[in-house]
Design a protein around this ligand. Structure first.
Ligand code: CA
Length: 242
């Protein structure tokens, strides 16, 4: 079922609990989004392919195909629609991290409707990028092309989610500076840090898994993260893969 309106884009909600899905729809519609609800994983996956939503809100605990499997299959089809996971338990967060699913963010039940809408808006803003970025960023073997939102490692293209791209780009633009998780949440995600700082660790882990030993991100124990200023660095015009 698709709600009327939706000038800000279509959001796909895949959630088997009707009451929760209803609250999500109410608040997303109020914020100007169109909403399509599916209650089961396989049907949700088919609906994403058919309707091409701007973003997906994906419950992990679904009957049949669970949310993690839905996301895995979506990414396997090279579909990088932004995914916001809804988790009921902390160990589900560990699974999102460990499986490197290309999640863009997650919220933990119970969540406030306002928080959910803020996260959706933030995920969409990040996935749409900034038109002001025209130069590429290089640190060591890693190069980001912000204009085309492409990432390269040792000359080969690496698939980063919108959030991973923005997080890495934020740090690469400011080499040598150390940022706390709270600062990164505020600057990259665009909302206040209340309870969401673990999101940063999730995405740092995903970026590192994709870049391997070329990852320029350094953990500063007890503080946060930085991109090393000692790594070879240069800024030049955007260019294609070599
Ligand atoms: Ca559920």
């Amino acid at each position: 079922m698709i709600s009327a309106g939706g000038e800000r884009g279509l959001i796909m909600v895949i959630e088997d609990e009707a009451a929760i899905a209803g609250v999500m729809r109410l608040n997303l519609v109020k914020a100007g989004y169109g909403v399509h609800i599916e209650r089961e994983g396989a049907a949700g996956l088919a609906a994403i392919r058919a309707l091409k939503p701007a973003a997906v809100i994906l419950d992990i605990g679904l009957p049949g195909l669970d949310g993690i499997e839905v996301c895995r299959r979506l990414r396997a089809m090279n579909d990088w629609t932004p995914v916001l996971f809804v988790t009921a338990r902390d160990d589900e967060v560990d699974r999102i991290v460990g499986l490197e699913l290309g999640a863009d963010d997650y919220v933990t039940k119970p969540f406030s409707p306002r928080e959910l809408v803020a996260r959706v808006t933030s995920v969409l803003r990040r996935s749409q990028g900034s038109p002001d970025d025209v130069t590429s960023l290089v640190v060591g073997a890693v190069r980001l092309d912000p204009a085309e939102r492409r990432a390269y490692c040792a000359g080969s293209e690496v698939e980063l989610t919108a959030t991973e791209f923005d997080l890495l780009g934020y740090l690469m633009r400011r080499p040598g500076r150390v940022f706390s998780r709270e600062q990164l949440i505020s600057e990259v995600w665009g909302y206040s840090a209340a309870g969401g700082v673990r999101t940063v660790d999730v995405h740092i882990a995903q970026v590192r898994a994709k870049l391997g030993s070329a990852s320029p991100i350094r953990t500063v124990r007890g503080v946060g993260y930085a991109v090393d200023s000692t790594a070879p660095r240069g800024v030049g015009p955007a260019a294609g893969p070599r």
